[in-house]
Design a protein around this ligand. Structure first.
Ligand SMILES: NC(=O)c1ccc[n+]([C@@H]2O[C@H](COP(=O)([O-])OP(=O)(O)OC[C@H]3O[C@@H](n4cnc5c(N)ncnc54)[C@H](OP(=O)(O)O)[C@@H]3O)[C@@H](O)[C@H]2O)c1
Length: 279
């Protein structure tokens, strides 16, 4: 399959390239050669490449920066997605759009399913949800895959913790936000399987199980053999511009029903990631 990847230099994009390059024809793009907000450029790239599928990883992902830059986040997450969806429609291509647990408000008491009501608290979450909506309106052949707490090749919580452990004697980490860490390897595996089907719709694709950021950090240091004191703190003690959901655990319900849930327990997937980092 000829697949155009947006945001290919990001965490997920790099994992797609690593896993899928051998058996798919990948056209890897990022902002330097395909700014998705540029409608003419998107059109001309589609005319040239004629992709059968798009894996749309490009996004405005600076969650806190977005609070002061609604227009910037809207332009990438909504207008950019609109540009791609319109061209997918014209070229009969299917699209995987990566969305987020931040579309939920975190007031739930059990893992969110795909059809539970959304209510994003942040500009980032809102624009990602508007991106979902505009794709649904334009393109029938979509797979919207919501993931959470993603780590792969690039800036992420795991690498930040390991770096900070080298610089500090003690770390303070928020313990009252609960979610599911997701290894980008598992997410790419799920995307590959989805692309083989015509089962379009919304999917949750997160690591199984749940933890707080504090528990995540403690596990990272345990697996990495790093000895450092970690103190649990509340969200109120670590104020950031964007409000995060307190509880954003998602159940991969649609995957379970459709083709099986390929996501590992978050601890197992984390241990594997740390082994890869050391090898
Ligand atoms: N990371 C997470 O924890 C997480 C959680 C849930 C959902 N997601 C979603 O998963 C997807 C992949 O995330 P990620 O962690 O791989 O993100 P990432 O590492 O930030 O990668 C995003 C890529 O998109 C590029 N980009 C930004 N604006 C663009 C534009 N106008 N045109 C083309 N490319 C542009 C970025 O370039 P620059 O770096 O130059 O800006 C970057 O290379 C995103 O849709 C994100 O919303 C991520």
């Amino acid at each position: 399959m000829k697949i155009l990847v947006t945001g290919a230099k990001g965490q997920l994009g790099q994992e797609i390239s690593r896993q899928m390059d051998a058996d798919q024809q990948l056209i890897l793009t990022d902002i330097d050669n395909l700014d998705i907000t540029n409608q003419d450029k998107v059109r001309s790239v589609f005319q040239e490449v004629k992709p059968q599928a798009v894996i749309h990883c490009a996004a405005y992902t600076n969650v806190d920066g977005a609070e002061q830059d609604f227009d910037g986040a809207y332009k990438v997450n909504v207008i950019g997605s609109q540009n791609l969806a319109s061209q997918c429609l014209e070229h009969h291509a299917r699209m995987v759009y990566i969305s987020t647990d931040y579309v939920f408000d975190g007031q739930g008491t059990r893992p969110y399913r795909e059809f539970d009501p959304t209510n994003p608290l942040s500009v980032y979450g809102k624009t990602k949800l508007y991106g979902e909506n505009i794709i649904r309106e334009i393109l029938g052949r979509h797979y919207i895959v919501r993931t959470s707490w993603l780590y792969g090749d690039g800036h992420n919580f795991v690498r930040t913790m390991l770096r900070l452990a080298k610089e500090k004697k003690q770390l303070r980490v928020v313990s009252d936000q609960i979610g599911s860490p997701t290894n980008s390897k598992d997410l790419v595996w799920a995307i590959r399987q989805l692309l083989l089907t015509d089962a379009y719709g919304v999917y949750h694709g997160s690591g199984n199980g749940a933890c707080s950021w504090y528990e995540f950090a403690v596990k990272i240091f345990a697996f990495a053999g790093v000895n450092i004191a970690v103190e649990p703190i509340t969200t109120g003690e670590y104020l950031l511009p964007a409000t995060r959901p307190a509880y954003s655990v998602m159940e991969n319900y649609m995957l379970k029903m459709a083709q099986g849930d390929p996501f590992r327990l978050w601890e197992e997937a984390l241990e594997d990631y740390l082994c890869d980092l050391n090898s």
